[in-house]
Design a protein around this ligand. Structure first.
Ligand code: DQA
Length: 147
């Protein structure tokens, strides 16, 4: 079965409690449960992982046996050359996700060091950013559905 790995970066374990006006009221568990249901309906295996530690995220990117990776790198988006290099070192497509529209916020959020090595980026749709990314991953895995 095709497999998708979702990686949530730092502070995303605080979703639902953290800056709810920016990131919304859904918890990470709720988002992961919706992703699991979406993957199941599509017949795709899904693994989810959250870490506040850059090196652990690098390890999962290097070691993942998934066909597609979806990542919200959190604040690492804006400066982690290590995560960028890990993505560049693997052949599988990586989809970058953000709950908020990083281009409509502080200047320091407008640069993503991940974007140039990602297959694509979805930002600004709250939890729907993840669901749209999973849809894009499923369509990549099943080219016949993306006519
Ligand atoms: C975020 C945007 C980042 O700038 C921020 O540091 C986050 C979350 C988002 O999902 O909108 O932690 O990646």
């Amino acid at each position: 079965m095709a497999k998708v790995q979702v990686i949530h970066g730092p502070n995303l374990n605080m979703l639902g409690q953290r800056e709810v006006d920016v990131y919304g009221e859904n918890s990470l568990d709720e988002i992961n449960a919706s992703l699991a249901a979406q993957a199941k309906a599509a017949g795709v295996d899904l693994a989810t992982f959250q870490s506040n530690h850059e090196g652990e995220i690098v390890d999962v990117i290097q070691q993942s046996d998934a066909d597609v990776i979806i990542i919200n790198p959190g604040a690492y988006t804006h400066y982690s050359v290590a995560i960028r290099d890990a993505i560049a070192s693997i052949k599988k497509p990586v989809i970058e996700v953000h709950l908020s529209n990083i281009y409509a916020r502080e200047d320091f959020r407008k640069d993503s060091v991940i974007a140039p090595v990602a297959a694509g980026q979805i930002a600004g749709f709250g939890p729907d950013s993840y669901y749209l990314a999973l849809d894009a991953a499923i369509r990549r895995l099943r080219p016949e559905t993306s006519a």
